[in-house]
Design a protein around this ligand. Structure first.
Ligand code: HEC
Length: 159
């Protein structure tokens, strides 16, 4: 019947091995994607019961303030965002910006310090836009992870 059974069997085995390989690979990719999604969506607190880590409270604050953020840098999207991303995330991560709060003058001083000591290039005409962006979104009064301090409180007398 089959003129060359050994060749036929060889071919069949190769095809089976190939199909098995594809199955294993797709399962692997599925598993990796699933694990990553899972890690992304769980708070650290789910792993260690009862404690909120700093990254948890940042995640919660970010979820609650409703602002749109750049998925890559977590910088708030807004006027000047692109220019800040282009100039301020080359040497260090955006975390250094996000975790700091300064006034416009404060940000200007940081930029001057980086220019004098860390090799930050002159920002030219972009500097104003960068400072506007930072002063608007990362100002001292823009709290992350806790409420702003109470203002204009009417204290009552204790008799
Ligand atoms: C040429 C490289 C470079 C670029 C570009 C750069 N920085 Fe920095 N920056 C540094 C270095 C180096 C440090 C110190 C890092 C450290 O302490 O680990 C730093 C630190 C900082 C800090 C922390 C300062 C502190 O007092 O803790 C802030 C905030 C900051 N950079 C903001 C910015 C902003 C805003 C921009 C865009 C205008 C920017 N950086 C662009 C090099 C750079």
């Amino acid at each position: 019947m089959n003129p060359n059974p050994s060749k036929y069997t060889q071919l069949k085995n190769r095809i089976l091995a190939f199909i098995a390989l594809i199955l294993v690979l797709s399962f692997g990719i599925f598993l990796i994607t699933w694990i990553q999604n899972d890690a992304g969506s769980t708070l650290d607190a789910d792993k260690e019961e009862g404690t909120l880590s700093a990254s948890d409270s940042l995640k919660l604050a970010i979820e609650q303030d409703g602002k749109d953020r750049d998925p890559e840098t977590q910088l708030v999207l807004g006027k000047g965002f692109e220019i800040v991303k282009a100039n301020c995330t080359n040497c260090h991560s955006s975390a250094l910006l996000i975790q700091n709060r300064f006034t416009r003058e404060g940000w200007k001083a940081k930029i001057e310090w980086m220019q004098e000591t860390q090799g930050l290039w002159p920002l030219g005409e972009s500097e104003d836009d960068i400072l506007d962006y930072l002063a608007e979104h990362y100002a001292p009064e823009a709290y992350v992870g806790r409420r702003a301090p109470l203002k204009d409180i009417e204290w009552y007398e204790l008799n």
